[in-house]
Design a binder for this molecule. Structure first.
Ligand SMILES: [Zn+2]
Ligand SMILES: [Zn+2]
Ligand SMILES: [Zn+2]
Length: 209
């Protein structure tokens, strides 16, 4: 073979190699990503409506967040007040013990006489002279104060500075009678005194207990 033939064969081989390389590269080219479909441009009205919608959603979320926070504060205040309720109520009852003791003393003789009288009746009972058979008597915690029915600790505000009043836990009502100004008569059994009706307890108790 002549030198020229060699050159031609070499050229053909080179051309084939180039062709193969090029076609190979071509097949490696990833498929073209379709161009994104452009959303239609919103009208000014649509844009405004969308802004309003977003604002309303933001407001709703904010209101919800505030409501949850407020509920948490209320729950914490309630728990803090309730932790002190028993102590504060007991100190109020203790402060009224003089009223209760004088009530007991002034009715003691009448109670003894009434029980004796009850023993002599066929039903062994007589109407209670203390409550006049109504079975209710004035609330010993609040009835003789300037504002009957009202919590004596917070004066009806339900508050103790920024916290809830521990005595009424925010209701502003007398904890013993719940604002009714009356409590169940401690001397009788539903308006009646029997021959064996016990004397009331020496210590004043909350009507709510
Ligand atoms: Zn009574
Ligand atoms: Zn109170
Ligand atoms: Zn009361």
């Amino acid at each position: 073979m002549s030198k020229q033939t060699h050159l031609i064969i070499a050229a053909i081989v080179a051309a084939l190699l180039i062709y193969q390389f090029a076609s190979c590269r071509k097949s490696e080219v990833p498929p073209l990503i379709p161009p994104p479909v452009e959303a239609p441009t919103p009208t000014p009205e649509e844009r405004e409506a969308r802004i309003d919608q977003n604002l309303a959603a933001d407001k709703g979320a904010e209101a919800q967040r505030l409501a949850i926070a407020a509920a948490e504060v209320k729950r914490d205040q309630r728990e803090a007040a309730m932790a002190r309720t028993r102590t504060v109520q007991n100190s109020v009852l203790l402060s009224r013990s003089a009223v209760w003791e004088s009530m007991l003393a002034s009715n003691r003789t009448a109670m003894i006489e009434t029980r004796k009288a009850a023993a002599k009746t066929p039903g062994k009972s007589v109407p209670c002279p203390v409550c006049k058979a109504s079975s209710y008597m004035p609330c010993l915690v609040c009835a003789t104060t300037a504002k009957p029915g009202v919590c004596t600790v917070c004066n009806g505000t339900g508050k103790n500075f920024n916290d809830l009043c521990p005595a009424c836990i925010g209701s502003g009502k007398c904890f013993s009678c719940g604002g009714t100004k009356v409590s169940v008569c401690a001397f009788c059994d539903d308006g009646e005194i029997f021959s064996d009706t016990p004397m009331p307890e020496r210590f004043l108790k909350s009507n709510a207990q």
